[in-house]
Design a binder for this molecule. Structure first.
Ligand SMILES: NC(=O)c1ccc[n+]([C@@H]2O[C@H](COP(=O)([O-])OP(=O)(O)OC[C@H]3O[C@@H](n4cnc5c(N)ncnc54)[C@H](OP(=O)(O)O)[C@@H]3O)[C@@H](O)[C@H]2O)c1
Length: 261
């Protein structure tokens, strides 16, 4: 059951979470949103019946979701000091659990790296915690809007950031490249874009329905000597796997730099 939850920060990610929760029928009476300035999704939450406050110091809940930028997290959690300890779920990239625990003694700290797909109830999230008994809370709060994978090491959150947290951006970039290639080949821009978007959604739906390994799925659509195989060979020669590796390596390096490690 969704616990009474205080969301601190209702910007791009926190706002997506609010949209996801509301679309999944979460009872708005169980939701408190702390947002330092009005945002469309905080407004949406208020209209749906959630309590919206300017500062977390004005609210209380056992479960807190922190969705502010890493540079302002200390100020945000200061608003919780003096309140009974509960579970804090941090969605921030690059802020170590030990640092949050130092600022909030007694709180159970969970780190989650989600995608903004939570906004449409289809997020992909990796999470880590060394606290006992938090899995049910993570599932209750995020399970309705995201798939959840538990990590064994906190350091792997940085890798999850580079793969899935940033990965939605790579997917959109691939769709854009596919659309532009369609245009260069002669399609009208709206037709090329529509086909590229629909193709990625079609491929995603197949991966969801069919859990055979990815090499097998590729083999299903690429017959020897056919058009798909010709395209895949050209893609490999042009360095597509290398480009993806480079993207992940760069995002991982940035995640580690932001984390100060
Ligand atoms: N966006 C993504 O795709 C994504 C994916 C994975 C993880 N994340 C993580 O999610 C976190 C938020 O990112 P974002 O892109 O959603 O940032 P954002 O759009 O800037 O949203 C953060 C919101 O929190 C508000 N805020 C700041 N301090 C506050 C406080 N003390 N109390 C209440 N509200 C406060 C900000 O208001 P002001 O503008 O007035 O400061 C802003 O509206 C980051 O730590 C990021 O690492 C983001």
């Amino acid at each position: 059951m969704f616990p009474t939850t205080l969301l601190i920060g209702c910007g791009r990610l926190g706002g997506a979470l609010v949209r996801g929760w509301l679309s999944k029928g979460i009872d708005p009476a169980r939701l408190i949103v702390a947002e330092s300035h009005p945002t469309p999704d905080a407004d949406r939450a208020r209209k749906a019946g959630a309590e919206v406050v300017d500062s977390a110091s004005e609210a209380a809940a056992d479960t807190v979701v922190l969705a502010v930028k890493p540079k302002v997290w200390r100020e945000a959690v200061e608003a919780l000091s003096g309140k009974p300890a509960g579970t804090l779920i941090s969605l921030m990239a690059g802020v170590r659990a030990a640092d949050i625990a130092k600022a909030l003694p007694g709180w159970r700290i969970v780190r989650v790296m989600p995608t903004t797909g939570i906004g449409v109830g289809r997020g992909a999230a990796a999470w880590w915690s060394q606290a006992d008994g938090v899995a049910d809370t993570v599932d209750a709060v995020l399970g309705s809007v995201s798939s959840l994978v538990r990590l064994e090491d906190e350091a792997d959150i940085d890798i999850a950031t580079a793969i899935s947290g940033s990965g939605q951006g790579y997917v959109f970039a691939f769709a854009k490249a596919l659309a532009e290639a369609g245009e260069r080949a002669g399609l009208a821009p709206d037709i090329a874009t529509g086909l590229a978007r629909a193709t990625l959604m079609s491929g995603s739906a197949v991966m969801e329905a069919d859990d055979r390994d990815l090499e097998t799925l590729i083999g299903e659509v690429a017959s020897p000597g056919g058009t798909t195989q010709a395209g895949l060979d050209a893609m490999e020669q042009a360095g597509m796997p290398g480009a993806v590796n480079a993207a992940v390596a760069a995002a991982l390096a940035k995640a580690r730099e932001l984390a100060g490690g």
